[in-house]
Design a protein around this ligand. Structure first.
Ligand code: C2E
Ligand code: CA
Ligand code: CA
Ligand code: CA
Length: 277
């Protein structure tokens, strides 16, 4: 038995070491990969549930490593956060997103784009000024940029995060509470936030057409959002049935593979032209 356990531990450790080494490599190569153009920003449409012509997009980071392949965005963000380097990624995504918004505008697609902020971004006091200068440089109205922040990010250092959230709000950016329902923010906390959108986490939406509990949760969350004057988005809409249920609940915006997966800019642009045609 002892021997078997030793073998098990050795294998377990080897697996752990491999994962650890891979993570170190991802972290170590991040900056040069960014410069070498290995990373890209993909766009996933968010469509109006009532108003078909209303389309916006969420910007999502993609890194296809030449040897390691697809790097999971959540893993990457986590690693960068732990290393205190997530700010470099955020700034790069913001800058790409605004450049791409100008390209879309030139094609007649003038839409709002959402960028995700990590928990640590909200503690970086220089970020609102950086966003302001980017908006000015690209001549983009602040209201066209939406920043998505998670419930849990806001609770890491609530006072400090809230102060910066207010600074983005004063700039005129739209703000959204992402992954709603997975954290533990209370109603009074939610009421205090200067946000205009609530995004229901996809874990409640993926099986919406099959699961009565999810239907109950999603319906009451939409009502809650509306009673707080917020626009409600559901992410993770994978089929027509779930979309129809969300519409019947009065959900404002739908996002998910049923409409489109996140795609590179040219593909996204074609999708939009086709959708609104
Ligand atoms: P998120 O902000 O909640 O983004 C939504 C995620 O759900 C994306 O995963 C998207 O591809 C996925 N998704 C959308 N519709 C569907 C669907 O119908 N079915 C399924 N199964 N999934 C769907 P992705 O791109 O892998 O990103 C994962 C997370 O990584 C994001 O979750 C966000 O927390 C983080 N992330 C991605 N890009 C960035 C970024 O540029 N900055 C920061 N700070 N975080 C990012
Ligand atoms: Ca998001
Ligand atoms: Ca989300
Ligand atoms: Ca998420």
């Amino acid at each position: 038995h002892a021997q078997q356990t030793d073998v098990f531990i050795a294998e377990y450790q080897q697996g752990w070491d491999e994962a650890h080494l891979k993570n170190l490599r991802i972290l170590g190569e991040f900056n040069s990969a960014l410069e070498a153009g290995q990373l890209a920003v993909y766009y996933q449409p968010k469509v109006g549930a009532k108003d078909k012509a209303k389309v916006c997009a969420e910007a999502l980071i993609r890194w296809i490593h030449p040897e390691l392949g697809f790097i999971n965005p959540e893993t990457l963000i986590q690693l960068l956060e732990n290393a205190g380097q997530v700010g470099a990624l955020t700034r790069w995504v913001l800058s790409r997103a605004l450049t791409n918004m100008v390209e879309l505008r030139e094609q007649g697609i003038d839409i709002e784009v959402s960028v995700n902020l990590s928990a640590l971004d909200l503690l970086e006091d220089e970020l609102p000024d950086y966003v302001a200068s980017l908006l000015q440089e690209h001549n983009i109205a602040a209201a066209k940029l939406c920043l998505e922040v998670t419930e849990s990010a806001l609770m890491r250092d609530a006072e400090h995060s809230l102060a910066n959230l207010h600074r983005f709000n004063r700039l005129g950016c739209a703000l959204s509470v992402d992954d709603y329902g997975t954290g533990y923010s209370s109603l009074s906390q939610l009421k205090q936030l200067p946000v205009s959108e609530l995004k229901i986490d996809k874990s409640f939406v993926l099986q919406l057409d099959q699961n009565k509990d999810d239907q109950f949760i999603v319906q009451s969350t939409i009502e809650l959002g509306h009673s707080l004057g917020l626009s409600v988005t559901a992410e993770g809409v994978e089929n027509e049935a779930s979309g129809a249920i969300l519409r019947s609940y009065g959900c404002d915006t739908l996002q998910g593979y049923f409409y489109s997966k996140p795609a590179p800019l040219p593909e996204f642009s074609l999708w939009v032209k086709n959708y609104i045609a």
